[in-house]
Ligand binder design. Structure first.
Ligand SMILES: C[S@@+](CC[C@H](N)C(=O)[O-])C[C@H]1O[C@@H](n2cnc3c(N)ncnc32)[C@H](O)[C@@H]1O
Length: 191
């Protein structure tokens, strides 16, 4: 199976799986393919090498990011508060295991542990109300010119509003919400 076929298969499988799950937190909640494609393109345009994803789930978005990172010579560190055996299996199946580092940790704790100015692209896809508390470390870990991306800005505007207010109030970031999938906010650090 080629990579795109595998991604299409995982996405369809995730949709079917989620439809049968009553508990939202048990769902895979994969990034939509058009948003994933845009994110991968931004990664490549920015020649991003040190990529961090918070919220792995079954590795769908991780595969998109890792495939793009392969072209820049970079790697993806993907962080989830839960163990993610399915993600490891899917990333391996995609032939991208050499481009992904898995971390089991709370996203906020992980960001607090990262060195300053050590991330070229940070993708937040975890529990949205937690993001504002992470903001000081997000600012600290992003390199000048780095990309910050957040999913669900159109599907859950109320939940992301406090975080977007912080980013938009910071004159060292320039961002915009793009109407792909569930809404992808993309910002660049001007520092
Ligand atoms: C929306 S899903 C991620 C979907 C994935 N990015 C994709 O597109 O395939 C959210 C994930 O965030 C994880 N998560 C929730 N709170 C977290 C936290 N505080 N730190 C790290 N991961 C967290 C959940 O366990 C879940 O796997």
């Amino acid at each position: 199976m080629n990579l795109r076929s595998l991604l299409d298969h995982l996405y369809a499988e995730g949709k079917a799986f989620d439809a049968a799950q009553a508990d939202r937190r048990s769902r895979r909640r994969n990034l939509s393919p058009d948003a994933a494609e845009l994110l991968a393109l931004v990664l490549r345009i920015g020649n991003c090498r040190d990529i961090v994803e918070i919220g792995t789930s079954n590795g769908y978005s991780t595969i998109w990011l890792a495939d793009a990172a392969r072209t820049t010579g970079g790697s993806v560190t993907t962080v989830d508060v839960e163990e993610v055996p399915a993600a490891l299996e899917n990333v391996t199946r995609a032939g991208l295991a050499d481009h992904v580092v898995f971390e089991t940790a709370d996203g906020g704790d992980f960001l607090a542990s990262r060195a300053p100015a050590s991330v070229d692209l940070l993708f937040l896809d975890a529990e949205r109300p937690e993001y504002p508390a992470w903001w000081p470390d997000i600012r600290r870990v992003l390199r000048p010119g780095a990309v910050l991306a957040i999913d669900n800005v159109l599907s859950h505007p109320g939940e992301v509003a406090p975080f977007l207010a912080l980013v938009n109030a910071d004159r060292t970031f320039t961002g915009s919400s793009v109407a792909v999938g569930k809404g992808l906010f993309v910002a660049v650090s001007d520092r």
